[in-house]
Structure formats: C-alpha cells, structure tokens
Design a protein around this ligand. Structure first.
Ligand SMILES: Cc1cc2nc3c(=O)[nH]c(=O)nc-3n(C[C@H](O)[C@H](O)[C@H](O)COP(=O)(O)OP(=O)(O)OC[C@H]3O[C@@H](n4cnc5c(N)ncnc54)[C@H](O)[C@@H]3O)c2cc1C
Length: 581
C-alpha cells in the first residue's frame, strides 16, 4: 500500500482556515466556544488563523501532517550536500535567541570552534522583534530582563573581543532575509544557532535553512535548551510519553547511558587580535529599546532590577547558593509558599542565562550520588528541572498545543464561562479566597509566583470560576518574568485537567485546604494581602466564615465571589458532559 502523503504543516495552515466539524453545507462549523474565545482575547487573530479543528489535531497525531520539527529536519536534510560544500568566508556568526549566555551554550561553542579552525572572527547577533514579543505575549518584565541580560552579555563578549551586533526588526517575517543580508555584509558563510521548539520558531528556522543555503550560507542548528533532546525518548510502543513518571525514568536511564549529554560546552575563546579593529563599528551597538507596548514604569524597572539582577554570573551564583543552603531540604520544603524554599531560577532558564544541563550537573555534583538517589532534596530538584524538558518534548510531539488547543482535543468541547468581571477579580486578587488573592498579588508585584500557588490559582480559575483556561494561560504569559510557552501550557493543562499528565478532572483543589496545608500560619497571605494582616490565627484562611468578617470588611477585603462546593459540582458536570460527547 502506498504510504499516506503527508501534508506539510504550512500547507495545512492554509487549508485549515476554519474550525470544527463539517456541516451539511460542507463548511466547517466553529467549536462551541470559538467565537467567545476570540472575543475573550484567546486566539490572537492579528497573527494567527482561527482556532484549529479537532480533526486537524488528530491528523498531527496520525502522522498525516508533518510536525514543524519534521519540516525543519527536512529542510536540513534537503540542503545538507549544499551546506557541506560551503567554504569558511571571513567570519562566523552566532545568532543569540533565548540562549543568552557564554557558558555551556552548544551552538555558540560550535561557532567558536569554526572561527578558531578557520582563524576568522566570531560575530554575535541578536535581533529584537517587537512583533514576536506581542504574538508570544512576552511580559514587560520578561522583555526588560532580556534587555538587561543582553547588556551583560555584550560586556562579557567584548572582553573576548567578540562584538554583539543588535537591532530591532519591526516585522518578524523580515528576520530571515535580514539575517542573510547581515551575513553577506560581513562575508560570513557560517551561521550557528540553537533550536527553539515553539511552532513559529521551528517554521522560521526551516525557511531560514533553505534561504541561507540558497545564498551560500550554512545555518548550523544545535539542540541545546533541553538536557535530553526532544524525540530521544520513547515508550515501549515507540511513542512519545504522555505521562511524566515513566518519562522521567527513561530520562534518567538515557543520561546514564549517554553521559555526553551532560557534558558542559566550553565558553568561546578570544577573537583574533585584529577583530577589534576590523569590526570596530560592531562593538558600539546600543541595546535595543523595549517596544512601546512592553514598557515598565521607572519604579517597576528598579524593583525588578533589584529582585532579578541579570546575567549568567548572577544565575550561577544563585544556583550555587540555592544548592548549598536549600538543596538538601528541597523535597520537604518546596511546597511551603511563605519564605524562599525554591531556587527562583526560572527567569534565568527562560532567558537562557542558565542552561538546564549546567543546573543538573551542578546539582548532581552537590549530591555526588545522584543516580543512586542519595539525597532526596537534590534528586527532587533535578526531577523538577526535568519537568521543563518534559513539557518541551510534549510540545514538539503535539505542536497543536501551541495553537490554543488542548492536549486532548476533545477537551475543547468543555463549556467554559467568559465572564469579564470574574476574570478581573481573579487578576486583581479580589476573589475573597485569601490564598488565591495572595498569589495573584504576588504575581503582580514580583512577575513571579510560587509553583504551588500557580497550581492553586489555575485550578481556581478553571474549576471554581469555570473560565476558559486559555485566558489564564495568556494572563500568566503577559505577567510572568519567567514566561515559557511549554512550561506555562503544561502548568495550565495540569491545573485545568485539560493537559498532558493532568490532575484528574474530578480531583478539584479546595483552596481552603491548600491554604491550610501550604501556608499553615498564614504568613504568605498576610504578606500579600494587607487587608488581612490583623486577622488572627486560622481565621486568615477564610475570614468571613471564621469570625474575622468584620476586620476583613472594614479593610475592604471582599467576600468570596463563589461558593466552592457548588462550583466544584458544576465543573464536574461540565467535564463529564464534554467527555461523553
Ligand atoms: C499554571 C502554571 C504555569 C506555569 N508557568 C510557567 C512558566 O511560564 N515558566 C516556567 O518556567 N515555569 C512555569 N511553571 C512551572 C513552575 O511553577 C515554575 O517553573 C517554578 O515555580 C519556578 O520557580 P523556581 O525557579 O523557584 O523553581 P524550582 O522549584 O527551584 O525548580 C527549578 C526549575 O525547574 C523547572 N520547573 C520546576 N517546576 C516545573 C514545572 N512544574 N514545570 C516546568 N518546569 C518546572 C523550572 O525551570 C524551575 O526554575 C508553571 C506552573 C504552573 C502550575
């Protein structure tokens, strides 16, 4: 039998200009929530087509549509002969994206080796794309952190006589062409970059590989951001794991068998002596400005600078300090929401100032006996870093999750609410549920939130308010300094029970129990909700039901906006109904 022809991802995007099942007229009918989802700001129509159909997700699962990673692999394969024949040129370029570090950077290492072998200089490149920031919902705090990290990177590179050329490109479509133009201007024949696994980026890189080859430039791409490359692990049936625990077992076994995956790449050496002179104009580049829609106030800028100093040196110091002071107790303390018991390294991973590999190797060293599961603190922390890999592996295999779809497309049929008042109350930390409000205010102030409360508030938005989880996912991206598509989607999928390896839908977090368990003395709540600071003892968890209503009311703290058990039942009914369809 002839194999089924695969539709390319890009073809499919054009074919699938509408959503849902075919009606009797042959046109596709929208999903139950498609229109509301657009009006509620979930599908960004400025950049993307309407929500895709469940059929089309199924076609990805059946392998009849090429995944973006396959499109990229095909581009690399088709151009490999041509690329191999390309000579050295006069410079090698490393294109920085979300890998803003010198230490343990796979593609940068390749670029530096090439430059050394051919005795030509290395040029570093960064292109800021306001459109990408908007389409990918980058928060102003994350953009500011990226720009501050670039400043550190520029200084570190300059010490090696390597220039960092930076510019803004308003239109993201213009980026591949502009990169080719720059390489031609610098007479560079080799361009190196690390792979980003989000759909837009994989498609862009597939185009760029071909465009470069057509212009006599070799784009060499490296796998770098995950410890274990997406696609390297598969179940006994040869499939991508959808459950974390067996996946993690396989991840550990893979690293035991392939220790080279934990090898740290050397930092680049200095450029040859005359690079300062021959490339002098590239050394004075200004850090691009944050786009107008991603600006912070002066007060916010100062606050974030203090909370999260930028750069890889800071990241490494924080890593070492965390492992030394908190690592051993991590398994016992990581869910306590008051105080600092986790590493708070997520902004550094997200910007690429710290590699996951370095984190694992350093933790392993701190533990010394990692594979024999010596200390539960370090082993648990490594397993958390592995969650980051897990969600990226999931994204590569099920790319439609990048397109506003659930991991199980049938979950798109859940009937959500689209109530703006409830959504605002959640965003502003005014739901009358102290643990939820404390967490949402922590997010506003710190652009970061504790993992436990991320789970609590995502469950609350979806199960207690029954709001479409994708709006919460978007709000997180727009506000987190560590916003990372795969981890954020994974977290929201977990909390809303619509994702890969989710919390089962019938196990609904009770905000009160979560509060009593993970903030037993109410320290976290009192810190973030000043209206409740004078509330004594256990009343802090639900002031209106435990005799502290007067204080709460006097200080303007709202009564609960919903009744948990009633909403829980409603959520269970809606999930059951959707899954029985
Ligand atoms: C609804 C929701 C949304 C989330 N959104 C993001 C996000 O946008 N970006 C992000 O980096 N993480 C996200 N997470 C995962 C997790 O909450 C954060 O990574 C963690 O809180 C960061 O704090 P830390 O650096 O102190 O973590 P630590 O506890 O010190 O863990 C170390 C590192 O492991 C990784 N990690 C830990 N837990 C997870 C996890 N559950 N999933 C994936 N990676 C993990 C992170 O890179 C983290 O920095 C989300 C979780 C949920 C439930």
């Amino acid at each position: 039998m002839a194999p089924k022809r695969k539709t390319s991802d890009a073809d499919g995007k054009l074919q699938n200009s509408h959503t849902g099942k075919r009606s009797r007229t042959g046109l596709r009918e929208p999903h139950p929530n498609a229109k509301q989802a657009e009006d509620f700001g979930i599908v960004l129509r400025e950049f993307y087509p309407p929500e895709m159909s469940n059929e089309r997700c199924q076609a990805y699962n059946d392998g009849t549509i090429e995944r973006p990673i396959e499109v990229l692999e095909a581009a690399c394969r088709d151009t490999s002969d041509k690329r191999r024949s390309i000579g050295p040129g006069k410079a090698v370029v490393h294109w920085f994206k979300s890998d803003l570090r010198l230490h343990d950077n796979r593609a940068l290492h390749v670029a530096s080796q090439l430059a050394r072998d051919h005795k030509i200089p290395l040029i570093a490149l960064y292109i800021l794309s306001p459109e990408d920031f908007t389409a990918h919902l980058a928060s102003p705090a994350r953009v500011d952190f990226t720009l501050r990290t670039l400043k550190r990177l520029q200084t570190d590179l300059a010490e090696l006589d390597i220039p960092l050329y930076m510019e803004s490109q308003e239109k993201r479509k213009a980026i591949p062409g502009r990169i080719v133009e720059l390489c031609q201007q610098w007479n560079a024949k080799h361009l190196c970059a690390n792979i980003e696994y989000e759909v837009d980026e994989l498609r862009r890189e597939a185009k760029l590989v071909r465009l470069c080859a057509a212009n006599d430039i070799d784009l060499a791409l490296s796998h770098d951001t995950c410890v274990v490359t997406p696609g390297a692990l598969s179940s006994q049936q040869g499939k991508q794991y959808a459950v974390y625990t067996p996946w993690f077992r396989s991840w550990l076994a893979f690293l035991k068998e392939n220790p080279d995956y934990l090898e740290i790449s050397e930092e680049p050496g200095s450029n040859p002596g005359d690079a300062r002179r021959t490339l002098s104009e590239l050394f004075d580049c200004k850090i691009p400005a944050a786009p107008g829609n991603k600006q912070l106030s002066d007060e916010e800028k100062k606050r974030f600078e203090q909370m999260y100093p930028a750069g890889e040196h800071e990241a490494f110091q924080r890593l070492e300090k965390f492992l030394e002071k908190k690592g051993r107790e991590y398994d016992k303390m990581r869910s306590v929401v008051a105080g600092e018991h986790t590493s708070a390294l997520s902004p550094y991973f997200a910007s690429g100032a710290l590699s996951a590999r370095t984190a694992v190797v350093t933790a392993k060293r701190a533990n010394r006996n990692f594979l024999d599961r010596d200390n539960n603190g370090y082993v648990t922390w490594i397993s958390e870093v592995a969650w980051r890999d897990f969600y990226k592996h999931v994204l590569v295999n099920w790319p439609f999750i990048c397109m506003n779809k659930c991991f199980k497309p049938e979950h798109t049929n859940i009937e959500w609410e689209y109530d703006l008042n409830l959504f605002r109350a959640w965003c502003d930390g005014k739901t009358g549920f102290p643990i939820v409000d404390a967490a949402m205010r922590q997010l506003k102030h710190s652009a970061w939130m504790h993992n436990r409360t991320r789970m609590v508030v995502s469950s609350f938005l979806t199960k207690d308010l029954l709001l479409d989880w994708r709006r919460g996912e978007r709000y997180f991206m727009e506000n987190l300094i560590d916003g990372d598509f795969a981890s954020n989607h994974g977290g929201w999928g977990f909390g809303s029970s619509t994702g890969v390896d989710p919390q089962p839908y019938f196990r609904v977090f009770n905000p009160l129990r979560q509060s009593e368990r993970f903030d037993p003395d109410g320290e976290y709540i009192r810190h973030w909700v000043p209206e409740l600071r004078d509330v004594k003892d256990k009343a802090i968890h639900e002031p209106y039901n435990r005799g502290a209503g007067q204080i709460a009311k006097k200080n303007g703290y709202p009564e609960p906006i919903v009744e948990h058990s009633e909403m829980r039942n409603r959520a269970l009914e809606r999930f059951k109904r959707a899954l029985q369809r």
